[in-house]
Write a protein that binds this ligand. Structure first.
Ligand SMILES: Cc1cc2nc3c(=O)[nH]c(=O)nc-3n(C[C@H](O)[C@H](O)[C@H](O)COP(=O)(O)OP(=O)(O)OC[C@H]3O[C@@H](n4cnc5c(N)ncnc54)[C@H](O)[C@@H]3O)c2cc1C
Ligand code: FES
Length: 255
């Protein structure tokens, strides 16, 4: 993990309230793996005090791309960054998705901006000769972004685009009831969706890895502020920032 002060190379709105921000860092590009995140100081002053975590969405040469939605003070300040402005970035942080394994097809399941890490994940899966299918859901077409995603099927709660219903409902129409050990699921999105996805995989006996996006404070294992309950009985909790944000769905309990 390194701390760098790169300059913003691009920051633009691609959908209402949804932004893409890029900066250059050869070190992060060289060392990062899909599922890892960066922790960014969003403001120039002391507020917000804490850094904010963002998945590494895409890497092209030494350009790092983040995809984020504005939900509060930090993301609002970040959305106002202009090319040439300096950033304060820590990363790459956290444990990446486990790409290797005997499966042939990866199904990437994203809820809203949960699809943020998928472009980077897709690139690496293709390099490993895996087939990629992507299923993305959102409340409506206004929150749907499919930039740099492959073989995408869409679900919207209001039916404004694609399947009407949740991503899990859509997934049930795609994946047979008995599942398959030639397929692995990668999920990222709101906790409720990940909990349903975990159950979906459990019932079908499918491999499933989840990336959690819960609140974080320090982002590096110091404050103990990001626990997730474990299911294996070896210990009660894992810290999402250092032992995650990616976990095998069998290892954690989402409430
Ligand atoms: C590992 C990790 C990766 C992430 N990757 C991305 C990403 O790629 N793109 C992206 O848009 N967001 C991502 N997030 C979420 C992002 O970090 C938060 O949206 C951001 O910290 C909010 O900061 P803020 O100051 O704008 O909002 P705050 O003022 O901190 O919060 C505003 C509102 O949003 C809620 N909120 C804050 N953080 C979260 C969260 N993590 N999940 C659900 N609700 C939250 C708060 O409870 C509050 O209601 C990620 C989070 C984690 C832990
Ligand atoms: S955010 Fe501080 S320990 Fe995880």
């Amino acid at each position: 993990m390194i701390q760098i002060s790169p300059f913003v190379t691009d920051c633009r709105q691609i959908l209402e309230g949804i932004f893409v921000l890029s900066f250059r860092s050869a070190e992060i590009a060289r060392n990062a793996a899909p599922g890892q995140f960066v922790n960014i100081r969003c403001g120039d002053g002391c507020l917000p005090l804490l850094r904010r975590p963002f998945s590494i969405s895409r890497i092209e040469d030494d350009s790092i791309e983040l995809l984020f939605s504005v939900v509060g003070k930090g993301t609002s300040l970040l959305s106002q960054k202009r090319p040439g402005e300096p950033l304060d970035v820590l990363g790459p942080l956290g444990m990446p998705f486990k790409i290797h394994g005997p499966y042939e097809t990866a199904i990437l399941v994203g809820g809203g901006l949960g699809a943020a890490p998928f472009p980077f994940l897709t690139d690496v899966l293709l390099r490993e000769n895996k087939k990629v299918l992507t299923v993305v859901g959102a409340r409506s077409v206004k929150q749907l972004t499919v930039r740099h995603l492959l073989n995408v099927q869409l679900a919207t709660d209001d039916g404004s685009q694609g399947f009407r219903g949740t991503v899990i409902d859509l997934l049930k129409t795609i994946v047979p009831n008995d599942g398959s050990n030639s397929t692995k699921i990668f999920g990222c999105g709101p906790t409720k969706m990940l909990s349903a996805l975990s159950e979906f995989a459990r019932v079908r006996g499918m491999e499933c890895e989840l990336s959690l996006e819960g609140d974080m404070a320090c982002g590096m294992g110091l404050c103990q502020g990001c626990p997730v309950e474990r299911s294996d009985g070896k210990k009660k909790y894992s810290l999402v920032c250092v032992e995650g944000p990616t976990f095998n769905s069998k290892d954690i309990i989402l409430r």
